[in-house]
Design a binder for this molecule. Structure first.
Ligand SMILES: Nc1ncnc2c1ncn2[C@@H]1O[C@H](COP(=O)(O)OP(=O)(O)OP(=O)(O)O)[C@@H](O)[C@H]1O
Length: 308
């Protein structure tokens, strides 16, 4: 049986007095997409850079495709693709030249022209790196990570700063990689990215795993697993609305004008909420019955917003 794509046990990394990674455990199966999620400074990049062999851990064990990145870098490099945070290249190099250069180092590269096209960069192939937009630089960096047909790819905030269209291209590409059996470990602040792409999500805070599992498992509550949300004018009398609901239900204004009914949601509860709103002359907009979001799970666990 082949080793997991990534297996981390008790990882610790300190920078002087700062403990960036503080006993982190993680296991990622081959052919899966794992999202490392957490606020700024949680230790995501440090963890990924240790997996990539760019940093050495202070304690713990890291295995990437069954190998030790600190010792077996030469064996791992042809099998692993890396997209660092912020990318980077010689400012004058043209996009197409850069990708062809990276391709020339690989034994069996993808076709650079095809990859530029897939990532919406065909028209920018003659553009010097420094003149590409931030989102284009990111996509070129992703292309460089993928050109050598890696078995495993590390993507550090792959869609940071991209517009929704470019983000969608990257998401489609990650989905296609997964379908081809490539393992993908990505870091992100974006809930939607993790929920859309990942088979498993590992939520990290202060260098530790606070929760891990499939996006579905992490967001499902016990019982009916649903919540009711709606938007309306600010400062509705939530205590009064609560009294219109069966005992045990709580209504909160989670942010100005956004209301959350906590408790198992059934058709009677939906009806009671809308009737109460009608009595008050309030139109409940964007009324939704659905699962908790990963954002809410994170907030509950840490008391902090994910996007710090
Ligand atoms: N080279 C360094 N020297 C000193 N401290 C560092 C260094 N790199 C990271 N740190 C600190 O280690 C902690 C973890 O940083 P890291 O970049 O791994 O977090 P992150 O989760 O990737 O954050 P972000 O989402 O902002 O990229 C932070 O407190 C950071 O300030």
């Amino acid at each position: 049986m082949s080793a997991p794509a990534v297996e981390i046990t008790g990882l610790v990394k300190r920078y002087g007095p700062t403990t960036a990674v503080d006993g982190l455990d993680l296991r990622m199966e081959r052919g899966s997409v794992l999202a490392l999620l957490g606020p700024n400074g949680a230790g995501k990049t440090t963890t990924v850079e240790i997996c990539e062999g760019f940093l050495n851990p202070d304690a713990g064990s890291v295995r990437v495709l069954g190998l030790d990145p600190a010792r077996d870098g030469a064996a791992l490099r042809p099998r692993v693709g890396v997209m660092p945070q912020g990318g980077g290249a010689y400012p004058g190099v043209r996009a197409g030249e850069m990708l062809r250069l990276v391709a020339s180092c690989a034994a069996n590269p993808l076709d650079p022209a095809w990859l530029l096209d897939v990532l919406g960069l065909a028209s920018a192939r003659r553009t010097p790196f420094k003149r590409l937009s931030g989102g284009q630089q990111q996509r070129l960096s992703l292309a460089c990570a993928l050109i050598g047909r890696p078995e495993l790819v590390f993507l550090d905030e792959p869609t940071a700063g991209m517009d929704p269209q470019a983000r969608r291209l990257v998401w489609d590409l990650v989905t296609a990689l997964r379908a081809d059996g490539v393992s993908v470990l990505l870091t992100t602040h974006l809930m939607e990215e993790a929920e859309t792409l990942a088979d498993s999500v590992v939520i990290v805070d202060h260098g530790k795993v606070v929760l891990a599992g499939s996006p579905q498992a992490l967001t499902v509550e016990s019982g009916d697993a649903a919540q009711l949300r709606f938007k309306a004018r600010t400062r509705l009398d939530t205590a009064l609305l609560s009294t219109a609901l069966p005992e045990g239900y709580v209504v909160r204004e989670s942010s100005p004008g956004a209301y959350l009914v906590e408790g198992a949601v059934d058709p009677q509860v939906v009806s009671a909420v809308t009737s109460w709103c009608a009595q008050q002359g309030v139109l409940p907009e964007e009324l939704q019955v659905g699962r908790r979001t990963l954002e809410e799970v994170f907030l509950e666990l840490t008391g902090r917003e994910l996007r710090a």
